[in-house]
Structures are given as structure tokens and as C-alpha cells.
Design a protein around this ligand. Structure first.
Ligand code: SF4
Length: 237
């Protein structure tokens, strides 16, 4: 990491109020705390060029409290990134501080770092975990890490999101569905069309592929949804 975090200081690229644009809490009002860095690099990522600023526990809590007063009430404080779990030293006391102030917490994560998750699981009200097919991310294969992550996460409210492009290798997708089926079959699975120059929901061929994958996945697990990114459709932050 460029800037190793401590319990008292950490680099955060933005803190803002908006609508949750992804997953099963789509459309709710959330406050987003976006951590700067990630430990992997998905080919389609549009977050990693955002520059962070040094924050303390107090500066984050002051900003969150001001946003709650000005733009609340909010359903959740969403810890996002980047990858929040690489900031464990800062994240854990921050989650505790948010819970002490009565906020509900929502962890958006790439679903890989299962050991840090153990440490903060009891402080997370909802876990939005990704599963990453390498044919889409052009990254490593994280199937085993996703399995272990889901085994832990499922003790709290959890859903899985898979970003899909037309490059998806179908066997990779069905292996990921098989992990959900074997570990926690009632976990909702969200299929999200990839965003590149064209937002995925505008690509009819991609949407037809997602429907085919959805129908096949529904033969194994009961809750599979196609959810494009709302904030891109509404053109909001
Ligand atoms: S896991 Fe998320 S933040 Fe990290 S590179 Fe992939 S899309 Fe970007």
C-alpha cells in the first residue's frame, strides 16, 4: 500500500450522501465513505484514480454527523472503496464509533479478505460482497477466498454481486453460483451488467446474456436478480 493506515489516520477519497445505486438496498439513502486504495485491480474499475485525503476518526465522524443532519435520515453508512478491509486498523474503530452513534453499517467489499472480515463481522449490519470471475476482471481466480468469505459473512445480512461482461466464461459463473448453493443458498445474488464507455443496461446483447445466466442460476438458488447501477442511470454521484 502507498499509505499504510493506522488506527487514527487513513486516506479517504470521498464522504457523501446519495442513493445506494447497487444491490438489494437500491434506492435507499446512504452516506458513503470511500477508502482510497484496493489490493487488486479489476480491468473495469472506475474508482482507483480517485485521490484520497488524510482523515482522522474525528474528521470522518464530524462529516458523517453533518451529512446526517443536512441530508438524512440515511438507512446505512456504506463503507466502500477501494477495499475497506485493507484498512482494518482504521476500519474497526470507525465501525465501533458509528455503531455507538446509532448508525447501521454496510460493508461493500470484493469478498476476498476473509480474515479481516472475522474481526469486524459483528460491527457490520449488511455485507455486500463481490464475487470476481477472472474472465471479466482479468485478475486472479479468487473462488476459494470467496467460499471462505461467504462462510463467515452469512452470519449477518449478506448478498453477493457479480459484475458480468460478454467475456464471462460460463463455467466460472456457475462455479460461483455453486459456492452460494453449497454455503448459503438463500443468499440473494445480484447480476450487474458491466459499465464501460457504454453502461451495461444499454447493451441489449449483454442484457440477453444476463437473462440467460439468471434463468440458469435460478435452477440452483432461489434469489437471483439483474440490477443495473441506478446512480449511472440517474446521473448522480
Ligand atoms: S475490487 Fe472494486 S475497488 Fe478493487 S479494483 Fe475491483 S472494482 Fe475496483
Amino acid at each position: 500500500m502507498k499509505y499504510p493506515p493506522s488506527a487514527s489516520e487513513c486516506r479517504i477519497s470521498e464522504i457523501f450522501s446519495s442513493l445506494q445505486g447497487e444491490g438489494i438496498h437500491l434506492g435507499e439513502r446512504h452516506i458513503f465513505i470511500r477508502f482510497e486504495e484496493c489490493h487488486i485491480h479489476c480491468e473495469y474499475c472506475d474508482e482507483l484514480d480517485k485521490v484520497g485525503h488524510l482523515h482522522t476518526q474525528n474528521s470522518v465522524l464530524e462529516k458523517v454527523t453533518a451529512l446526517e443532519t443536512d441530508k438524512g435520515p440515511h438507512s446505512f453508512i456504506s463503507l466502500t472503496g477501494g477495499e475497506p478491509l485493507i484498512y482494518l486498523a482504521f476500519l474497526k474503530p470507525l465501525l465501533k464509533n458509528l455503531k455507538l452513534r446509532g448508525f447501521k453499517t454496510y460493508l461493500e467489499t470484493d469478498g476476498i479478505l476473509h480474515q479481516p472480515l472475522q474481526d469486524v463481522l459483528h460491527l457490520c449490519d449488511c455485507i455486500a460482497m463481490d464475487m470476481k470471475p477472472p474472465s471479466v476482471t482479468k485478475e486472479k481466480d479468487f473462488r476459494e477466498q470467496h467460499r471462505r468469505f461467504l462462510e463467515i459473512a452469512t452470519k449477518q445480512e449478506t448478498f453477493v454481486k457479480i459484475v458480468l461482461s460478454k467475456e464471462i466464461v460460463h463455467q466460472e459463473f456457475f462455479d460461483l453460483v455453486g459456492i452460494i448453493r453449497d454455503v448459503a443458498p438463500k443468499t440473494p445474488l445480484v447480476l450487474q451488467p458491466i459499465s464501460r464507455d457504454l453502461e451495461g443496461h444499454q447493451d441489449q446483447e449483454l442484457m440477453a446474456l444476463l437473462e440467460e445466466l439468471q434463468r440458469n442460476a435460478l435452477r440452483q438458488i432461489p434469489n437471483v436478480r439483474i440490477v443495473p447501477r441506478l446512480h449511472k442511470i440517474l446521473k448522480i454521484q
